[in-house]
Structures are given as C-alpha cells and as structure tokens.
Write a protein that binds this ligand. Structure first.
Ligand code: GLN
Length: 488
C-alpha cells in the first residue's frame, strides 16, 4: 500500500504553473498503461498517437495562458461511450469492430474542456454485470489483488484509476456500475441524478436508469469533472436543462447541522460484518464533523433488485433489438436467409449474460406477462422512489454501504447468478428513483477497500460532493493506493 498518487486537481495546478507539461503527463500515463495493463486488462483500446497530438495542442493552449481546469489532463473512457473514429465495443463481440462516426456528448464535452483521451476501458458486456467477467475481452483485474474482480460494470475504469493510469475515467451506472466498482477498487465514483448528464452517444442498456459519471480519486476531482460533463443537450430529450452549478465552489461548506439518514435496511443480513463496522466508523466520522445522524427506514429496499431485474432487461431487450446483423455490428458468415442472418448474428454476437437479459426482457414484455411483471415492477419502482423522497424530505443525505462485500475472487463458482445480482442491493434504489449517489473510500478489510455510499436529493449533487469532500478532508482512505510493484 502506498500514499496517493496525484489527484486531478493537483495535476491541474502543476500544468498551470508549468512544472509539468501535458505531453509529460500523457507519456507517463501511456507508459504506465503499457507496463501494468497486461496484468490488469483494464484498458481494451489505447490511442497513443491521438493522445500525444491532443497533449501537444493542450501544451500550446497552456502556454498561451488558458487556465481551464481540465486542460491537458489525461483520462480514459468506459468503452460504452461512442468515440468518433475510435473503436467502441461495449466489451461485446457484437461491436468488436465498430468504429462510430460520431462521439458521445460526454466525450465531446471533456474534449472541449481540454482533456486528453488515452483510450477505452474494459467493462461488462453491454454494462451487464458486477464483476467485469462478462466482457468479450476477458475480465479486468482488481489492482489491490489481481486474483479478485474490480467490480462492474465499470470495472476497467475503476481498476485504471486505482492503478494510476489516469486520475479520471468515465463510467456509467444503471444499477450500481459506477459505485460498486469504485468501492471495490478504493476510488471515488459519482452517479449523477437521472437527466443530469446527456446520454447521447452512450450505448443504451436500460434507458430510464442509465447515467454517466466521473470515477476519480477524490470528490473534489469528481466535482471538477461533473461541472464539465453535465448540462442540457439538444441531442438527448431526457437530459435536464436545470443550470449546472460550479460544484467545486461549495465543497468547503461546513456540514455541521446537516441531517444524515442511515437506513436500517442497509445493515441487513446481506452486509458483511466487517464492512458494516467500517461503514459505522465512517458515519461516526460524519457525526464528528457536526452532522446529525438520523435513523431512517427504506422498507422496500429488498424489493429493489427484483424490480430492477424486470425493468432493466425489458428496456435492454428493446434497446438491443437494433443489433440484427444488418445495420451495423457483427454479422454471421454465409447466412442461408434473412431469418438465419438475424438468428445467427445475435446468437454468435452476444454473450450468455446479455442473452439471458434479452430473454427475460422479451418474456416480461410479452402480452401474457406484461401486467403481471412489467406493470407490477413499474408500480413497485414508484413505491421505492416515494420511500426515498419521503426520507429525503427529512434528511439532507442518506449514508450506508456501497456494496455488501469487498472484492471477491474471479470465477467464484460458489456465487450464483442471483448472488451476483445482489451486489447492487444497496445501489439500485438510487437508479430506480433517479437520485444522485456517490461512493467514497471508507476503509480496508483484510487489505481490500470498502466504499461508503451517500445518496442525495434529485439534482443536489453539490451537497453530495460537499459531504464527500468534508469526509475526505478528515480521512485518508482515498489517498491509499495498491502496491503494484509485483505486477511489472
Ligand atoms: N450490476 C447491474 C447489472 O448487471 C448494474 C449494471 C450497471 O449499472 N450498468 O445490471
């Protein structure tokens, strides 16, 4: 274990004072990726030439006095974001050779802010998974212990940041895919409110829950990046036009007097006892910072996972119908006729977890099951969202664990499919309700990171980042990084 590498905020300072150039930072990152990625498989496409060209541009802008906070800083994108002229696979055979003709809004915004994209991160296929093991490109590994998973679906992004490839990677979160891998890799990850960040050009999984967000070392870094990522977009009608605050400006506010709700259902039998202790200590720390801790209840917490696994597959089955072997993506060899083309392209192009979701989703949307499953799940979703809203009328922020356990071993045969789905038992509620939530490093159990989750009111990312930052001022969990000496 070592003390922290640089944060994005620190690199930004160094770039502006000229003590380092964007070219140097970019070369350092590329070298680190070349050295460590064979052991971690966190990056599936790297863009050396483009990155170096962009860094040269950034150095010119810096020399001419441009002080934009993200200018010249290297970063990575989850491979779910379309990047113009750069392969975008969603970690699927279906898109293994797909080169998009346009970039996602998130990609464009961070590029406009001057960030240098180094490449694309591994993930679970079509963002379906909690371990990064469903990737067509093989599992990514957890830098804290390469026999263990980094979490998922944004597992490559989390592993890349934890291993110091870059200070920032983008992620997406439909049921927990930013927060759970952030927790398992000991970094900070923010899932914004639904509609805070444009989904344009982000390959769709479950459109009513998908959100993009920053994965970084600190809440401060997430604040800097969210300010650039968020905001209305004419290309995504579900993206809100609420003004985007400067999230960095409110980080230093005192949290004294703030009310923090702790749901008793988050400390259920699902939660590992040692993780529970770490989260208890983290919550005490918030109390010592002046917050008032309030016992609250979210009685339908246990219904979240089953509700999600009706709604998300239903939406996925519709979204994934576009991969038909005709328009783009994988096409089977020598189809006998059109039916054979559809069947074999999809059978050969999708992996088992994706097929499972398509089957479940197609079933629950069928005329005979729609009322019984899909409608019912939508109703339970409303109940869950109402419970969160009622609690958040009375408290400013909800606190609890991000994940029920620390990183588990790869290919864990004792873990069933439904055990895997339970990884998101504490994170899924925020997606169903559209609320912002963040995971911050909050301890180590047997040398593996634990994440505390904070959930806020809709569009109140500023408060979440403020509480997370104040916690990080009092603790140093976010400054720890794994010892990677043995991997080289
Ligand atoms: N683990 C959940 C799933 O497999 C969530 C994934 C996500 O948030 N993209 O669907």
């Amino acid at each position: 274990m070592a003390k922290a590498v640089n944060t994005l905020a620190a690199l930004s300072q160094q770039l502006r004072t000229g003590s380092v150039s964007s070219r140097e930072l970019t070369e350092d990152s590329l070298l680190r990726i070349a050295r460590l990625n064979p052991a971690l498989n966190a990056v599936i496409t790297s863009c050396e030439d483009r990155a170096l060209a962009a860094a040269a541009q950034a150095d010119k802008a810096l020399a001419s006095g441009d002080v934009s906070p993200l200018l010249g800083i290297p970063m990575l994108h989850k491979d779910i974001f379309c990047t113009r002229d750069v392969r975008t696979t969603c970690a699927s055979k279906m898109l293994a050779e797909f080169i998009p003709p346009y970039s996602a809004t998130v990609v464009n915004r961070l590029e406009t802010a001057g960030m240098i994209s180094l490449g694309k991160c591994n993930m679970d296929e079509f963002a379906m998974g909690s371990s990064n093991e469903t990737s067509f490109f093989g599992a990514a590994r957890n830098p804290w212990d390469t026999a263990r998973v980094p979490g998922g679906s944004s597992g490559g992004s989390a592993a890349a940041v934890a291993a110091g490839f870059a200070t920032l990677a983008t992620g997406t979160d439909t049921g927990g895919s930013i927060r759970q891998p952030a927790a398992l890799c000991g970094i900070t990850g923010l899932k914004p409110s639904y509609g805070r960040v444009s989904r344009y050009g982000m390959i769709a999984f479950a459109s009513s829950m998908d959100q993009a967000g920053p994965m970084a070392r600190t809440a401060e870094d997430c604040a800097l990046v969210l300010s650039a990522m968020a905001g209305s977009d004419a290309l995504d009608s579900t993206c809100s036009d609420q003004p985007v605050p400067n999230y960095a400006e409110t980080l230093e506010q005192s949290i004294s007097g703030l009310r923090i709700g702790v749901p008793k259902e988050f400390f259920s039998h699902h939660l590992d006892a040692a993780v529970a202790d770490a989260i208890d200590r983290a919550i005490k720390e918030l109390e010592q910072a002046g917050a008032t801790i309030v016992d609250v209840s979210l009685p339908s917490t246990d219904l979240g996972v089953s509700t999600y696994y009706v709604i998300a597959p239903a939406e996925a089955s519709a979204n994934l119908s576009r991969y038909d072997g005709v328009r783009y993506g994988y096409r089977c060899e020598n189809p006998a006729d059109l039916e054979d083309l559809y069947t074999r392209s999809r059978s050969e192009g999708f992996g088992p977890e994706v097929k499972r979701r398509i089957l479940v989703g197609t079933f629950t949307l069928s005329a005979a099951s729609y009322d019984q499953y899909f409608m019912k799940a939508q109703q339970v979703r409303r109940v869950i969202a109402n419970e969160y809203d009622t609690v958040l009328d009375n408290v400013d922020v909800i606190a609890g664990p991000s994940a029920p356990n620390t990183a588990f071993v790869l290919n864990d045969q004792s873990k069933s499919i439904t055990d895997m789905y339970m990884e998101d038992v504490f994170t899924i509620g925020a997606n169903l309700a559209g609320l912002p939530a963040i995971s911050v490093p909050a301890g180590l159990v047997n040398g593996l990171p634990v994440g505390m989750q904070l959930i806020g009111r809709r569009f109140d990312e500023a408060r979440l980042l403020n509480v997370a930052h104040q916690y990080q001022k009092r603790t140093d969990w976010h400054t720890l990084s794994p010892d990677l000496g043995g991997l080289v």
